[in-house]
Design a protein around this ligand. Structure first.
Ligand code: SF4
Length: 434
């Protein structure tokens, strides 16, 4: 199976030559260009953006990191030349550098990764290489921050393209969450109830800035991943009457619903409105207050796509990620993290048809890895995660060759004051038990 990027190149070329008769479709023909075009466009416009792909319509906050211009030689190099340079730099660096690749990263980059996994698996994988001076994280900004928090101070965590952020993580910023917290404390007070449970406790999804993880650490709260969200919510309910869950409303809603929390006790907090757009009674009756955030990749999946997959492939197994909307999770056969999806496919002993609701790069890789099964993405339109896509082999070659030359570029550093509290929230997560 060709890579997502190769498929996009083909579709774009066919569309240019034959118009609407092209096989397959992509959400943006601009995906066929080098990501450096977007670095430049943003520099010229003076405003950051997420680039083409699933998050292209999301508004990037003004403070979103931007990538300077990639040296011309890396833009002009062919894939084969970049491959040779990456491998030569890797060989020269040896154990001094470790390359991490997220499941959603493009194949052209993943092929050079020492470890492939989800964000937390990768941060832990880096811990197995304490001698590495550099951890090159081919993922997005919050993942590199987590790796910096968990790694040794002398290890440099490098994000090959600084514009590789996460639109969902950006939907909850530290100031808005602090303002929300102030309003909630004013409404609820801070006194625990007769069972010793505080009025509200913050829970942040791993897909959030280090500042928000630190906020949770400082306020008795905790971090969760899509694998352990249920355990973490149970942990929180033992200690609090209700939870403020950010930034992903869908993971929060899907997890709390599975725990039996009624939808009417899950008001949404819109940071642009007073009391998040709720009346006091709704907040007093709440069990989970959901931040108004979402992943634009997983928001694309729909019940109609599931119905079509069931009509086209009777007996199909539909597995979706819990960042998908609730109706989609309800209509699927099962829902779980990327690790859950991988394990479910690996466990199938008979040839099976799977329709998967998660990022296309991971789905295509699973299809290639398990040829005995028929595996396809629920969304027929090729629309990768915009920000993962900002990392191209050209940027990887550049950061590695800079390391060989003794220069560290694109280092992601989390301030010590933030690190301590963020680590506290991460450690609570690791200690939480079902
Ligand atoms: S897939 Fe969604 S949550 Fe993951 S990095 Fe991309 S935008 Fe963020």
């Amino acid at each position: 199976m060709s890579s997502v990027n190769t498929a996009i190149q083909l579709i774009t070329r066919e569309q240019a030559e034959k118009g609407a008769t092209a096989k397959g479709s992509t959400c943006s023909p601009a995906l066929a260009k080098g990501p450096w075009d977007y670095d430049l466009a943003e520099a010229l416009a003076g405003v950051p953006a997420y680039g083409p792909g699933a998050s292209s319509a999301d508004v990037a906050p003004a403070a979103t990191p931007r990538q300077g211009q990639l040296p011309e030689e890396y833009k002009l190099a062919s894939d084969a030349e970049l491959g040779e340079r990456i491998l030569a730099a890797k060989a020269a660096l040896g154990d001094r550098a470790v390359i991490l690749g997220h499941f959603y990263q493009r194949d052209e980059v993943i092929q050079y990764a020492d470890f492939v996994g989800d964000s937390f698996q990768l941060a832990n994988a880096a811990l197995t290489r304490p001698d590495a001076e550099a951890i090159v994280f081919c993922g997005v900004h919050f993942m590199a921050e987590t790796a910096d928090i968990l790694s040794a101070p002398e290890q440099a965590v490098i994000l090959p393209n600084l514009a590789a952020g996460c639109s969902m993580a950006d939907m909850a910023d530290a100031d808005s969450v602090a303002e929300c917290w102030e309003q909630l404390e004013e409404l609820y007070g801070t006194e625990p109830d007769a069972e010793g449970r505080v009025p509200v406790l913050p829970v942040t999804y791993m897909n959030s800035s280090a500042a928000l993880k630190a906020f949770c650490g400082e306020h008795g709260g905790i971090v969760c991943t899509s694998s352990n969200a249920r355990t973490v919510l149970e942990w929180a309910f033992q200690r609090a009457q209700r939870v403020l869950f950010f930034p992903d409303q869908h993971l929060g809603r899907n997890t709390a619903k599975a725990l039996g929390v009624p939808l009417e006790q899950m008001p949404m907090w819109n940071p642009r409105k007073d009391l998040g757009g709720n009346d006091e009674q709704a907040l007093l009756d709440s069990r989970v207050i959901l931040w108004h955030g979402f992943c634009s990749v997983h928001k694309r999946f729909s019940v109609a796509q599931i119905e079509k997959a069931r009509a086209d492939f009777p007996g199909v197994q539909v597995i979706v990620h819990p960042e998908c909307p609730m109706e989609v999770v309800d209509a699927a056969d099962s829902a779980g993290s990327t690790d859950f999806i991988k394990k479910a496919i690996a466990a199938a002993t008979e040839p099976t048809t799977f329709a998967i609701g998660t990022e296309i790069n991971m789905v295509n890789r699973l299809a290639a890895e398990y040829p005995q099964h028929t595996i396809f993405c629920l969304d027929p339109v090729i629309c990768p995660c915009s920000t993962m896509y900002r990392i191209h082999p050209g940027y990887l070659a550049w950061v590695l060759e800079e390391l060989v030359a003794g220069r560290v570029v694109n280092r992601i550093t989390v301030a010590d004051s933030v690190q301590d509290n963020a680590r506290t929230a991460l450690e609570r997560m690791l200690a939480a038990r079902p």
